[in-house]
Design a protein around this ligand. Structure first.
Ligand SMILES: Cc1cc2nc3c(=O)[nH]c(=O)nc-3n(C[C@H](O)[C@H](O)[C@H](O)COP(=O)(O)OP(=O)(O)OC[C@H]3O[C@@H](n4cnc5c(N)ncnc54)[C@H](O)[C@@H]3O)c2cc1C
Length: 420
């Protein structure tokens, strides 16, 4: 092969960044995307607004990836959050910071991010092939030889291949786990992909009756076989199948692993996390005093959202028509326990179809974090969610995709320039 060539498989955040970086080093780069458009997942990210990164201290970023944060240390250093923001500024995308340091385009439209990346690819001279899926990475003598296309079966030779095919969540966006197959075919270990950041189904019916109810400033904890395994404070949502919302999504990773292992999982909600049991009891007594001539179901308005009142009373097994001045201490205790430990049994996650991110993927032990190159196949690089990395919500997953893509693109170019 006379021309030095790199093939990037997958036109998501990681692949586009990788392709642009590699091409800027003067190498011929071909980006192969199986959909007819680039960045389908970016387009739907952040509810169509794209939370591209987080404004927090980059030194703390690794703590926000329950899946192999330390592996990302070098990548996040090479392209950090502010460098990413500056990258987009060059393409006229101005950003703003919202609650929890979440960074969004000022336009509140993820398409500006996709457009900027497309322009970047064009400016860098990347050759884009749309609507063609890669079937396999071809390896000879433990070095990359090229790729084979699905359908036509055509083989395209390359000095280096960067696989950025994403995870297997939200398969409608094109990420159907193809990279895991490529990995296995060339001898890489793949950690079982599981849905993470995914809503949870409950066994109980009552959460479903509250569908649409959003709770703020509550604490949710996840319990596996009776042991507390995680706790989050913030916002959650009841749905027609169970529970969702930011804090539930964060805890769902623990639930997902425990469900795989057939453990018993409970989610407990503390509706009044700022109060101790004693303080809550005093608060309840105050309310009961205020509404002393009312029935129980008419006396909890100051404490609970309206739709929750009948649910809590039913679970407490107290007659809703009982006058509050007749509520016994023991009954009050039952109410307090429900307000601070409202528990639900989790039967399943909603699955890969709606998971925001995939945990699992290509084992990080077989990838050099300083280069993103395979430790098994020379010239083979990995980037983005296809790798066994996953972060919490807040912009961390896209930053990981951009940073690993950036590193993979640059190191693959160096590899081609120096060793081929
Ligand atoms: C609904 C939703 C909202 C999200 N919101 C946010 C958010 O606001 N902030 C955040 O940080 N993260 C968010 N995420 C997660 C984030 O979008 C992903 O982690 C990130 O996009 C992964 O980037 P990637 O480039 O690794 O993979 P992907 O974006 O999945 O890109 C992979 C690409 O590879 C292509 N491909 C796959 N197989 C082949 C093949 N065989 N041949 C050719 N092409 C192939 C696919 O078509 C796809 O275009 C969200 C995810 C979802 C599903």
């Amino acid at each position: 092969m006379s021309v030095k060539k790199i093939i990037v498989v997958g036109g998501g955040a990681a692949g586009m960044m990788a392709a642009g970086q590699a091409a800027s080093k003067g190498i011929e780069v071909v980006l192969i995307e199986k959909k007819n458009r680039l960045g389908s997942k970016i387009a739907i990210s952040g509810k169509g607004r794209c939370n591209l990164t987080n404004a927090g201290d980059i030194a703390n970023f690794v703590n926000y990836y329950p899946g192999n944060g330390k592996f990302l240390f070098a990548s996040l250093k090479e392209l950090d959050n502010y460098a990413l923001i500056q990258f987009f500024e060059k393409y006229n995308v101005t950003t703003k910071i919202e609650r929890g340091g979440r960074v969004f385009p000022e336009a509140d439209d993820s398409e500006v991010i996709v457009k900027a990346l497309k322009k970047y690819l064009i400016d860098s001279g990347v050759n884009i092939i749309y609507g063609q899926a890669v079937k396999q990475v071809i390896v000879k003598n433990q070095s990359v030889y090229g790729i084979q296309l699905e359908g036509s079966g055509e083989i395209i030779k390359a000095n280096s291949v960067i696989v950025a095919t994403g995870g297997s969540s939200y398969p409608g966006t094109g990420s159907t786990g193809d990279g895991y197959l490529f990995a296995k075919q060339v001898g890489h270990k793949v950690i079982e992909p599981l849905p993470a950041l995914v809503p949870l189904r409950t066994m109980e019916e009552w959460p479903k009756t509250l569908q649409g109810l959003n709770l703020r400033n509550v604490t949710a904890s996840v319990w596996v076989n009776g042991r507390k395994k995680g706790e989050e404070f913030g916002e959650m949502l009841f749905t027609h199948f169970g529970v969702s919302g930011p804090i539930i999504l964060t805890l769902s990773r623990i639930a997902s692993f425990a469900l795989r292992d057939k453990h018993k999982i409970k989610i407990k909600i503390n509706l009044k996390p700022a109060l101790t049991r004693e303080q809550l009891d005093l608060r309840l007594q105050r309310d009961f005093n205020k509404y002393k001539n009312k029935q129980l179901h008419n006396s909890l308005d100051d404490l609970l959202p309206k739709s929750m009142i009948p649910v809590i009373i039913k679970l407490s097994e107290i007659n809703p028509e009982k006058p509050v001045n007749q509520i016994k201490k023991e009954e009050r205790k039952r109410l307090i326990a429900l307000l601070q430990e409202l528990d639900m049994t989790i039967t399943s996650t909603l699955g890969m179809g709606v998971a925001i991110v995939t945990s699992g993927g290509v084992d990080v032990k077989q990838i050099n974090p300083a280069t993103m190159e395979s430790r098994i196949v020379k010239g083979l690089f990995w980037a983005g969610e296809v790798i066994d990395i996953d972060g919490v919500t807040g912009g961390y997953n896209l930053q990981a995709a951009f940073s690993t893509g950036y590193k993979a693109g640059r190191r693959a170019a160096e590899y081609v320039l120096t060793t081929v």
